[in-house]
Design a protein around this ligand. Structure first.
Ligand code: URA
Length: 210
């Protein structure tokens, strides 16, 4: 089962590597960047979804490996989780220039890969990091109500129906928000407690980059 998942994720990586029609493809090549597919346990119960790779991520091919990633690791440690116990990915698999917001056509191009990752890993919990990922995922599962804000939904559990059964979406603030704002960090510490009830890493799998 796990090998099968890994094979399917490798197929996604290969497709993204060769995604010449992406408006971000030339930018990736010119800067010798890597696409960032995802990282963690392919059997994880919890999948974290961010917005798009930043510079550190594009230089290494690893999601959340810079300053935001350190915050994410700290928050995970507070609920006794490690990166190896969860799966971490982004909506976009390539870095947008100057970390600008993803464009509509980029989202359309990259989201089928994210949708396949969700179907392959079948997480019980989809924890969105930031407004962008929250809105995308809630819309995707028909659970977004107009004008809902992350300031209202953060730390709540929203039940959704997926192609593989029921799952819970937990909107969280983006770890970057905690970098310079201690209050925001406190809120995130509280919000992460919500994930505790789901963490059952029965058999911690190996840490995989893909
Ligand atoms: N911010 C994101 O949204 N994703 C990353 O991988 C890094 C920073």
């Amino acid at each position: 089962m796990s090998t099968d998942r890994s094979e399917q994720l490798r197929a996604i990586r290969d497709a993204v590597v060769n995604l010449k029609q992406s408006p971000l493809y030339e930018y990736r090549r010119n800067n010798r960047y890597f696409p960032v597919i995802g990282q963690g346990d392919h059997n994880a119960d919890i999948m974290f979804i961010g917005e798009a790779p930043g510079k550190n991520e594009a230089e290494t091919g690893r999601p959340f490996c810079g300053a935001s990633g350190r915050v994410l690791d700290e928050l995970l440690a507070l609920i006794d989780l490690r990166r190896e116990d969860v799966y971490v990915t982004n909506i976009l698999k390539d870095r947008p220039p100057n970390n600008r917001d993803p464009l509509k056509n980029e989202i359309e191009l990259y989201t089928p890969f994210l949708e396949r990752q969700i179907e392959i890993i079948q997480p019980k919990v989809i924890a969105t990091l930031g407004r962008f990922a929250m809105e995308f995922i809630l819309r995707r599962f028909g659970a977004y109500q107009a004008n809902q804000k992350i300031s209202q939904l953060h730390g709540t559990i929203i039940k959704v129906r997926t192609g593989y059964g029921r799952a819970s979406v937990v909107p969280l603030f983006h770890p970057a928000a905690a970098l310079y704002n201690a209050n925001q960090r406190e809120t995130m510490v509280e919000d992460f407690q919500v994930l505790k009830q789901f963490d059952a890493p029965a058999q911690p799998g190996p840490m995989r980059l893909l």
